[in-house]
Design a protein around this ligand. Structure first.
Ligand code: SAM
Ligand code: SF4
Length: 492
């Protein structure tokens, strides 16, 4: 799950390489040692880094934004596309320079690249001291101690239970308004192009009470929006029976029924009407009408669904093992529009040039985009990943030139439909949540409407975290512009 990266509404794989990473900020809570953490890839990875920062805080570390000042440097990696791996390798050589100046420093690789590259990074290239997979972060303090004693530390064990439910994340680089909340880990889907099931392990859902508690805690600290994260949120499923009853407290044991994603959405929406709820990612095969009706029922559940299509052609979808057809996808979109109205934001991910994709099949993707009229999309050309089903079964036989040509056509189509969709908002009154100053001008503020579109408004007598009623006056394909009508209107 790639998305939700502020300010980037339409990206190609190449642009993503340059932009979708985050570094830790300076923090001083009196701890004696410093941690620098740089995270690549998807929102799940950014959320994981916040769990890592919490574990490290308990181990005596504050975060820093300057890796030269760090005692420990972590690179939380992504291996979804080959380019992400190349970036990480380059970064590790930069960190080696810092280590030369400060030999006691520990460098660690975390996350999705850990398992695949542990031998290479640790033993062959000696670029790092520790390598830790996404389910082994509780072991970090031990591994750091071992590294400080001169032993290389590795733990890439993938768990069937770990959800870090009890860990209260340290918010890194936070705007103080919006936060990610992980609701599940791993993925059982086995899309043929995707490494996630191999790097992040089996799907497991987090205890709903800990999710609601985290949302409540965030709201009490002034946050106004939570985004519930999972690779396939619609398959969220939790019950005391399935989730080891012996370990549960009395309140948890009282829940005898299964909690599905619709139930969880409702539980989080009820925390407070002034706390917005978003979620990502929805899988077209799993999104239910029950979820759609729950979104409709609560004003504070945002009317926006990220529903990656990947392709508009049924044969390609079958080869991708997405387990839905073009017709199924279009039926789900019709249902979303029927239940939540045309104003509900819908976005997608697309992969161009997947194995054996013909020009005609590529045209099906463009025609699907014409029919659905996505508000925005994250678009990539196919990058073969070792170990995936596609790498084993299908030749990567579309030339880079054709992959890139098709990607540019998909990006162009998306830009046209984004503008078209944004124009429909002109003259409308909408509620936005202010996230902070606009990156381009300190005299403007940036917020988002329910459909997840960025809205720029002139600075006024309000601040981040305020809700504004605005009238949309102008737009580009990526941004809406508005004038403020009312500050903190009553929220129903
Ligand atoms: N779980 C989400 C879903 O099923 O839609 C997406 C998770 S994946 C981390 C994010 C996106 O990266 C995918 O939707 C897909 O478009 C893209 N992606 C994954 N593997 C890829 C590959 N091998 N080459 C190019 N893009 C890929
Ligand atoms: Fe990868 Fe498919 Fe799982 Fe998404 S649903 S993480 S694309 S295997």
């Amino acid at each position: 799950m790639n998305n939700l990266i502020a300010d980037i509404d339409i990206i190609s794989g190449e642009e993503a390489k340059a932009t979708d990473y985050r570094t830790s900020a300076d923090e001083n809570t009196g701890k004696t040692r410093k941690l620098y953490i740089e995270s690549y890839g998807c929102a799940m990875n950014f959320a994981d880094s916040e769990v890592v920062a919490a574990i490290m805080k308990d181990g005596g570390f504050d975060t820093t934004s300057d890796f030269y000042k760090a005692d420990v440097i972590f690179l939380n990696t992504c291996s979804i596309r080959e380019k992400a791996e190349l970036t990480v390798r380059k970064r590790l050589t930069d960190f080696q320079r810092a280590k030369k100046a400060k030999p006691g420093m520990t460098i660690g690789v975390l996350g999705c690249m850990a398992e695949r590259l542990k031998d290479k990074f640790l033993e062959e290239e000696k670029l790092v001291d520790i390598v830790v997979g996404p389910d082994a972060y509780r072991d970090l303090p031990n591994l750091i101690s071992s590294a400080e004693d001169g032993q290389k530390g590795v733990n890439t064990f993938l768990s069937r239970e770990e959800t870090y439910a009890d860990i209260s994340p340290v918010r890194l680089n936070s705007n103080g308004v919006t936060a990610f909340v992980s609701i599940m880990r791993g993925c059982d889907n086995m899309c043929s192009f995707c490494v996630v099931p191999f790097t992040r392990g089996r799907e497991r859902s987090r205890d709903p009470h800990s999710i609601v508690e985290e949302a409540r805690d965030l709201f009490s600290k002034g946050f106004k929006e939570v985004t519930l994260l999972g690779q396939n949120v619609d398959s969220y499923k939790w019950s005391p029976e399935e989730n080891n009853k012996a370990r549960l407290n009395k309140k948890e044991k009282e829940v005898s029924t299964v909690i599905n994603f619709a139930n969880l959405l409702e539980m989080v929406a009820q925390v407070n009407p002034a706390l917005r709820v978003r979620f990502s990612t929805s899988h077209p095969k799993d999104i239910t009408d029950e979820v759609l009706y729950t979104i409709k029922k609560y004003d504070n559940i945002c009317k926006y669904i990220h529903l990656p299509a990947q392709s508009g052609n049924s044969r390609v979808l079958e080869m991708m093992n997405r387990t839905y057809s073009r017709e199924w996808y279009l039926e789900r979109v019709s249902k979303i529009k029927a239940i939540l109205g045309e104003e509900c934001g819908i976005s997608s991910d697309f992969i161009t040039g997947f194995c054996s994709e013909t020009e005609e099949e590529h045209q099906d993707t463009l025609s699907l985009m014409d029919i659905v009229k996505f508000d925005f999309s994250y678009m990539f050309y196919y990058s073969e990943r070792p170990g995936t089903l596609a790498a084993k079964k299908y030749p990567d036989d579309i030339s880079m030139e054709v992959k890139k040509q098709r990607l540019s056509e998909v990006i162009k189509k998306q830009s046209e439909t984004s503008l078209l969709r944004n124009k429909l908002d002109l003259g409308k009154e909408q509620i936005i949540l202010v996230e902070g100053e606009s990156k381009k001008s300190a005299s403007d503020y940036k917020g988002r409407n329910s459909a997840n579109k960025v809205v720029i408004v002139p600075a006024g007598n309000y601040t981040k975290g305020d809700y504004l009623k605005v009238k949309i006056t102008d737009c580009t394909p990526a941004t809406l512009f508005g004038e403020v009508i009312e500050i903190n209107p009553e929220l129903s």
